[in-house]
Write a protein that binds this ligand. Structure first.
Ligand code: FMN
Length: 89
């Protein structure tokens, strides 16, 4: 069951560019293992992430991300089932 998920969150002031580099490195390492693809957009104050993969993997990752102290007010914007990936790589 292929699913996607989009959330918006508030980047904490304490979340530095080094933190972002660590998040991206972790995402690259873990997501490829879990068959998860997507996009992470960020600004000085916000994150928006689009994730797609098997429902169980997406659900598990979102549970971890929600608890991450580098952001807050994580708001689910959309989740659902999809027929094909929009960001396969
Ligand atoms: C905005 C944001 C996006 C994140 N995206 C991912 C992600 O796509 N994949 C991932 O594994 N971790 C991501 N993380 C990090 C997770 O919250 C968590 O720290 C990490 O998955 C823990 O990995 P570990 O279980 O291998 O230690 C993100 C964190 C933040 C704050």
């Amino acid at each position: 069951m292929l699913a996607n998920l989009v959330y918006l969150s508030i980047r904490k002031k304490a979340c530095t560019e080094d933190d972002i580099a660590q998040i991206l490195a972790k995402a690259e390492q873990n997501n490829s293992k879990e068959g998860i693809t997507g996009v992470l957009l960020y600004s000085a104050t916000r994150f928006v992430q689009y994730l797609e993969g098997e429902f169980q993997q997406i659900d598990g990752l979102y549970s971890k991300i929600k608890r991450d102290p580098r952001h807050e007010r994580v708001t689910l914007l959309h989740t659902g089932l999809i027929q094909q990936r929009y960001f396969p790589s």
